[in-house]
Write a protein that binds this ligand. Structure first.
Ligand code: ZN
Length: 187
């Protein structure tokens, strides 16, 4: 893998069979770090942010930051194919249109007839079980993710916020936080 700044990373892509929703979720494993409770990032697919580099959200930046940390510290990225908070790409674009007309991201989802967040981490739990991971240090600002994992029997020994310098990691990791550009930016 190569990050936008040219940094080369070495990870191993892992596929799964028999996941309950039949989608092609995958994991990327980075060597090193704790075996007892490895660093884990759950990343929900965001084609516009991850692939096209849209600044409407900070998904791409968060993904790159997570990959950089995992490459240095070891651990796992689970890439979950639940685009647009679970709505899918087309409906996410519909929601963007509503946002351009003044709704915020949550209002837009509700106008379209969906909950604020349709994502589920049940399939992530299946993946963690397949990988033999019973405890993790979760790289996330989202308490809901940690809660869903805990409820499913995965121990979250630490929740590490994203977008900040990591003290418990290699000292070499000093990257300026990449902040999202704000609501008015376009693709
Ligand atoms: Zn996004």
């Amino acid at each position: 893998m190569t990050l936008p700044d040219g940094k080369q990373l070495r990870g191993e892509l892992i596929s799964f069979s028999g996941l309950s929703d039949q989608r092609e979720h995958f994991a990327v494993r980075f060597s090193g770090g704790s075996l007892a409770d490895p660093l884990l990032r759950l990343h929900s697919e965001c084609v516009t942010g991850d692939v096209l580099g849209s600044r409407r959200c900070d998904c791409g930046s968060q993904l790159h930051e997570a990959l950089r940390m995992l490459d240095e510290c070891g651990g796992y990225l689970l890439y979950l194919r639940q685009e647009g908070r679970g709505l899918g790409l087309y409906r996410k674009i519909d929601a963007y249109r509503l946002q351009e007309q003044g709704s915020d991201t949550f209002e837009a989802n509700r106008i379209l007839g969906y909950a604020d967040d349709e994502r589920s981490y049940a399939v992530a739990v299946e993946m963690l079980e397949a990988l033999g991971l019973r405890a993790v240090r979760l790289l996330s600002n989202n308490p809901d993710k940690a809660q869903q994992l805990e409820q499913a029997g995965i121990r979250v020994t630490e929740r590490i916020p994203t977008g900040v310098f990591m003290n418990d990691c290699n000292r070499g990791y000093i990257e300026a936080k990449v902040r999202k550009g704000g609501h008015t930016m376009h693709l």
